[in-house]
Ligand binder design. Structure first.
Ligand SMILES: [Fe+2]
Length: 577
C-alpha cells in the first residue's frame, strides 16, 4: 500500500512516501527547486518520492495532507467576527481550502496524467496532529506524551496529546493569537532578524546577553492554569496566518509582528546589518529565558496528564535545541523523540503515518532511527558531474578515503563531505556536511571567512562518537538529530574550542556506527590522528538550501575557499583545481 504525504502551500512544502508503513523517501521541495523554505506546491518532491518508490501517481492508494482548513473552524469564525480587519484574511484562507479541494487536478497537472486515472483516497489532518504523529509514529514507544508547538497551524499554536497504540488523543490546544512561536518571532524581528527562519540564529545570540529584561519580557507572556496567553499590546494585529504571507514565487514573507509598545519600553528596533548592541543581546537572552519558562510549564502540565517518561515532540519550536537540552532537568520526562524534520516539512510524514496507523489501523512499525531519507547518487553519476565541471579528482577505496579526509581535517583544512542519502530535516548529519577540526581556535573564523559567512555569534556544532558522549558532555541523552544542546565538560572545553559556545555548550550530534557507518568511521579515523572523537559538522551550503545533487556540491566547492571535497568515492583538492 502506497501513501503519499504532503505539506503544500505552506512554508517548507514537502512530500514523503510510505510503503506498507515504511518511510521510503522524504524530501523538502526547497532542496530540489533551490528556493529556501519554498511554500508552493511540492511537484518536484512528489516526483522524487514516486521515482524512489518505483511507482506512478496512479499507483498511490492514499494522499494525506498535514493541513485541514475545516479544523477549528468555529474558533476561526469567532476570531474573524470579533476582529473585522481580519475578515479579508479569513476569506483568503478559505480560498486556499478551495485550492486543496483541487488536489487531484494539481497532482494530475504536475505529473502529466489524467485526473480521472487517480484512484487515491484523500485525507486531511490538522496541522499539529500531523506534527505529533510525525514524532510519535517514528518513536520506539507504544505510549508517550505528545507535544507540538510553533507559530501557527490550522489556527492553533500548541497541542498536547496522549499517544497510545494507534491513537493520538488530543488533550489541549492553544488557539491563536496566543503563540510561543509568534512571541519568539516578534522579538527576533525587533532585534533585526526579520526573515522567516531567522529564529534559530538568534538562539545563538541569547547567551551573550544578561538578565536585564527578563522581568519586562515576562510581561508579554502570561501563564495561567497550565496554559499561556500573549499580552497583545506588544503585537501588531496579525491575521489568522500569524503574519506569514506566501508570495507568488513561493517564498515566505513575514509581516512586522511588534507594536509601538515594544519601542516605548526598549527604544527603537534594530535595523538589519546595524551593530548588535548589549540591549539586543539582553533582549535575546530574555526571550530565550521566557520561552523556556513557558515551555517547561507546559511540559510539566502535560506530564501531570500523561504521567510517562517518554516525550514525543515536533513543531518549529521543537527545533529550539537549547530548551530541549534542559528539559531533562526541568521536567519529569526522561526520554525524548524529536522528529528530525520537526518543522513544517515534517507534516508530510506525520500525515502519511497517521493515515497508515490511526485511520487504517495498521500495526506500528519500527523506530525511525536516522534521517537519511533523501536523494542518493551512484558513483558513475557523481563521476559524471565531476567530469562535466572540469574538476580534477582521484577515485579512492573506503579506507584510503577516510585516511585522506581525516588527514585534511587534522591539518585544519575545510572539507566538503557528500555521501549516501541526503538528510531529512534542517540539519546536516554527516551526509551533506562540511567537516572541520573542532579543536582549533581559528576554525570558526576560517569557516565564516571562506564559506559560511554566518553571524559572528552563531556556534558550529560537534558530531561525537555516541559511546564517547559522556566523556565530553555533562549528560548522556542521545542526540542523533542534533536537537539537544548540552554543557561541554570543563576539562574538554579547550579540546573542543571551535564548537564550544560562549556558555560552554555544544549542539551535539551523537553518531552511532549502526546509523551511519561511514561518518562514524571518519570520526574514528580523525580520533586516531588527534585523540579527539569529535569533528565539527556544519551544513554543506553557502547561503542557499543544503546541497542536494553532486553538481551543487561541486559548485559550492569551486566557488568558495573549501580545501577539499570528498564526494562518494572521489576526492578533489583545491590545490589541484
Ligand atoms: Fe508547524
Amino acid at each position: 500500500m502506497l501513501i503519499l504525504g504532503l505539506n503544500l502551500f505552506h512554508a517548507d512544502s514537502s512530500a514523503a512516501i510510505v510503503q506498507d508503513g515504511e518511510i521510503v523517501f522524504a524530501i523538502a521541495e526547497e532542496r530540489l527547486n533551490r528556493i529556501k523554505h519554498y511554500a508552493g506546491f511540492p511537484s518536484l518532491a512528489v516526483q522524487a518520492c514516486l521515482d524512489a518508490a518505483g511507482a506512478k501517481i496512479t499507483d498511490v492508494d492514499h494522499v494525506a495532507v498535514g493541513q485541514d482548513s475545516d479544523a477549528n473552524l468555529a474558533r476561526k469564525v469567532q476570531y474573524a467576527l470579533a476582529n473585522p480587519a481580519k475578515i479579508l484574511n479569513f476569506i483568503k484562507l478559505r480560498q486556499r481550502k478551495q485550492q486543496m479541494r483541487d488536489l487531484r487536478i494539481l497532482l494530475a497537472g504536475a505529473l502529466g496524467v489524467d485526473s480521472a486515472s487517480l484512484k487515491f483516497q484523500e485525507h486531511h489532518l490538522e496541522h499539529h496532529m500531523a506534527h505529533i504523529a510525525s514524532a510519535y509514529y517514528c518513536s520506539p514507544w507504544d505510549r508517550a506524551a505528545g507535544f507540538s508547538y510553533d507559530g501557527s497551524g490550522d489556527f492553533v499554536s500548541t497541542m498536547m496529546a496522549r499517544c497510545e497504540g494507534n491513537e493520538i488523543d488530543v488533550l489541549d490546544r492553544v488557539y491563536l493569537p496566543h503563540s510561543l512561536g509568534s512571541f519568539y518571532t516578534m522579538i527576533c524581528e525587533f532585534i533585526g532578524y526579520k526573515k522567516y527562519g531567522d529564529e534559530g540564529k538568534v538562539m545563538g545570540l541569547a547567551p551573550y546577553g544578561k538578565d536585564t529584561y527578563c522581568h519586562d519580557i515576562a510581561e508579554i507572556v502570561g501563564l495561567k492554569n497550565g496554559n499561556f496567553h500573549l499580552n497583545l499590546d506588544y503585537f501588531k494585529p496579525l491575521g489568522s496566518n500569524q503574519g506569514m504571507q506566501v508570495l507568488e514565487d513561493g517564498t515566505v514573507k513575514l509581516a512586522p509582528h511588534f507594536s509601538r509598545q515594544m519601542e516605548k519600553l526598549f527604544g527603537p528596533p534594530r535595523e538589519p546589518h546595524a551593530e548588535i548592541t548589549q540591549r539586543d543581546m539582553d533582549l535575546a537572552y530574555a526571550m530565550q529565558h521566557v520561552f523556556e519558562k513557558v515551555f517547561f510549564h507546559l511540559l510539566n502540565q502535560l506530564h501531570e496528564r500523561v504521567p510517562v517518561e517518554e516525550l514525543t515532540m515536533a513543531g518549529g519550536c521543537a527545533l529550539n535545541s537549547v530548551a530541549n537540552g534542559k528539559l531533562f532537568d526541568r521536567t519529569p520526562f526522561r526520554r525524548t523523540y524529536i522528529q528530525p524534520a520537526a518543522g513544517d516539512e515534517g507534516l508530510a510524514i506525520g500525515a502519511a503515518l497517521h493515515t497508515y496507523h490511526s485511520v487504517l489501523k495498521h500495526p506500528r512499525r519500527r523506530e525511525l532511527t536516522h534521517s537519511y531519507l533523501g536523494t542518493q547518487y551512484s558513483a558513475p553519476q557523481i563521476e559524471q558531474a565531476l567530469k562535466s565541471s572540469g574538476t580534477r579528482y582521484r577515485k579512492m577505496d573506503r579506507e584510503p578515503l577516510l585516511d585522506s579526509v581525516s588527514e585534511q581535517i587534522a591539518a585544519g583544512n575545510v572539507t566538503g563531505w557528500f555521501q549516501g542519502r541526503m538528510e531529512w530535516g534542517p540539519r546536516a548529519l554527516g551526509n551533506r556536511s562540511i567537516v572541520a577540526h573542532p579543536g582549533r581556535k581559528d576554525m570558526k573564523d576560517i569557516l565564516n571567512a571562506r564559506i559560511k559567512r554566518r553571524e559572528w555569534f552563531r556556534p558550529f556544532a560537534p558530531s561525537i562518537i555516541a559511546e564517547r558522549q559522556s566523556d565530553y558532555f555533562e549528560h548522556d541523552h542521545p542526540s542523533p538529530f542534533m536537537l539537544h544542546v548540552d554543557k561541554i565538560r570543563r576539562e574538554k572545553r579547550a579540546e573542543l574550542c571551535a564548537v564550544n559556545h560562549v556558555d560552554d555548550t555544544g549542539r551535539l550530534q551523537t553518531v552511532s556506527r549502526e546509523e551511519n557507518p561511514l561518518y562514524y568511521d571518519l570520526i574514528r579515523a580523525f580520533e586516531k590522528r588527534t585523540g579527539i572523537p569529535v569533528i565539527l559538522n556544519t551544513s554543506f551550503n553557502e547561503n542557499e538550501p543544503i546541497v542536494c545533487a553532486p553538481g551543487e556540491a561541486i559548485d559550492c566547492f569551486k566557488r568558495t575557499r573549501m580545501d577539499a571535497l570528498a564526494i562518494g568515492p572521489f576526492l578533489a583538492l583545491k590545490s589541484e583545481n
